[in-house]
Design a protein around this ligand. Structure first.
Ligand code: NAD
Ligand code: TYD
Length: 389
């Protein structure tokens, strides 16, 4: 089933919403839920922190394209994973509806100025250090951005009486689950520095809701795939290596499982929560497509017509979580459903990397090389061959 480029779905497929709901006790009299989600932006002026990264940039495009009146200010420090080329056409396409500010979320003064100057009514916080392997190398950077940075944003939300603060969190805060799926009410048992700092941020958000009545919501998404994902994460790393006929490193015995969510489905879920979510509530966002890493690796070989002999089993990530799984029924009760099957999502992702070498090639040939050597050189030197025939 080799991939033919340009076969991925039109992402503007329509959807239906069968139920009507109330928003914080208020009746939705002027719009049906479907009309409201389709036509009217939930807020007018958004500050999207981390908007030059993978999911943030997809969300910015989703919102600007879908809602013709909202304005988006991307606030991003351009760390190693933030890239202005990711946002390159937005000024020309959307004019004054799109603004970029280079800034650190820990810098409260600069955040405050941005909120005031752009009359922000909603903050969506994607900004974070996001890679588990890097968090094992340097946990302090994760604590600073993910915990202190979120705290700085919450303080400024309080100070400027912003109408809404939405925190982008992760399924990893729950820790691993060997059977069944996590519900929002389950305890948080993070097991690596990345997930521990994200859990800290979630706790701060809930504390600001409880202590100061701050209008916050939190969503916990599963592993995203799609365009503009930094090639340290498993899918873009494997795809770009395979395109260059390079081996792909599967950790451990390859039986670890992740739930893969196509990024556009994630963006749509956030849109639902911004419209219909209750303040102080947490919403899981999972696709239900749980897959073993070895299966993922061989499917990617298949889609790119590359031999599975390129798969290598390498030393495991220390303390790796065996399995993640989310129960997303709370969000589904608002009308959201993922639209992409796993294979649709993988095909759309692979196609994007095939067609957009201009984006990933300079990254892989730049600073990424240093990281790759540090992370993989030793492991690859004594890797086991592919277990897949
Ligand atoms: P990413 O690494 O691609 O992007 C992170 C962005 O944050 C980058 O643009 C970076 O420059 C910016 N940033 C980092 N530190 C900053 C700081 N101090 N100030 C301002 N900007 C800063 O990450 P992503 O995969 O797009 O993840 C976005 C969010 O979604 C994160 O909060 C992450 O925890 C969460 N999440 C990711 C996944 C996933 O599979 N990628 C799944 C669930 C949740
Ligand atoms: P990753 O994309 O890093 O996301 P996360 O650790 O946040 O789930 O990894 C997804 C899975 O793929 C995880 O089980 C680790 C595994 N993996 C590999 O097997 N090899 C790799 O080179 C990478 C980066 C990840």
């Amino acid at each position: 089933m080799g991939l033919i480029p340009n076969t991925h779905r039109n992402l503007k497929d329509s959807y239906t919403v069968s139920q009507y709901h109330t928003l914080n006790g208020r009746g939705l009299t002027d719009f049906s839920q479907e009309e409201m989600i389709r036509e009217k932006p939930p807020y007018q002026n958004f500050l999207v922190t981390g908007g030059a990264g993978f999911i943030g940039s997809n969300f910015v495009r989703y919102m600007l394209e879908k809602y013709t009146t909202c304005r988006i200010v991307v606030y991003d420090c351009l760390s190693y994973s933030g890239n202005l080329s990711t946002l390159r056409e937005l000024s020309a396409t959307y004019g004054e509806r799109y603004t970029f500010i280079q800034g650190d979320i820990c810098d409260e003064v600069q955040v405050g100025n941005a909120l005031m100057q752009h009359e922000i009514d909603c903050i969506v916080n994607f900004a974070a250090e996001t890679h588990v392997d890097r968090s094992l190398m340097d946990p302090g950077v994760f604590a600073r951005t993910n915990v202190m940075g979120t705290c700085a944003l919450l303080e400024q939300t309080r100070r400027y009486e912003i109408k809404r603060f939405h925190q982008i969190s992760t399924d990893e805060v729950y820790g691993q689950i060997l059977q069944g799926s996590f519900k929002e009410t389950d305890n948080l048992r993070p097991r690596n520095p990345y997930s521990a700092t994200k859990a800290g941020a979630d706790s701060l958000c809930l504390a600001y809701f409880n202590s100061f009545d701050l209008p916050i919501t939190i969503s916990r998404g599963s592993n995203n795939i799609g365009p503009y994902q930094y090639p340290e994460k498993v899918v873009p790393l494997f795809v770009t290596n395979l395109l260059d006929e390079l081996p792909i490193p599967v950790y451990g015995d390859g039986t670890y499982e992740r739930d893969y969510l196509y990024v556009h489905d994630h963006c749509e879920a956030i849109d639902y929560i911004l419209h219909l979510g209750q303040m102080g509530e947490v919403y899981n966002i999972g696709s239900g497509h749980e897959t073993k890493n070895i299966t993922l690796a061989s499917t990617l070989c298949d889609l790119l017509c590359k031999p599975t002999s390129l798969i290598r089993l390498v030393d495991d990530r220390p303390g790796q979580d065996r399995r993640y799984s989310l129960d997303s029924s709370k969000l589904e009760s608002l009308g959201w459903q993922p639209k992409h099957t796993l294979i649709d999502g993988l095909k759309a992702s692979v196609t994007w990397y095939v067609e957009n070498e201009w984006w990933w090639r300079p990254i892989k040939e730049g600073n990424f090389k240093v990281y790759f050597e540090r992370q993989y050189k030793q492991r690859m030197a004594h890797a086991a061959p592919s277990p897949v025939a």
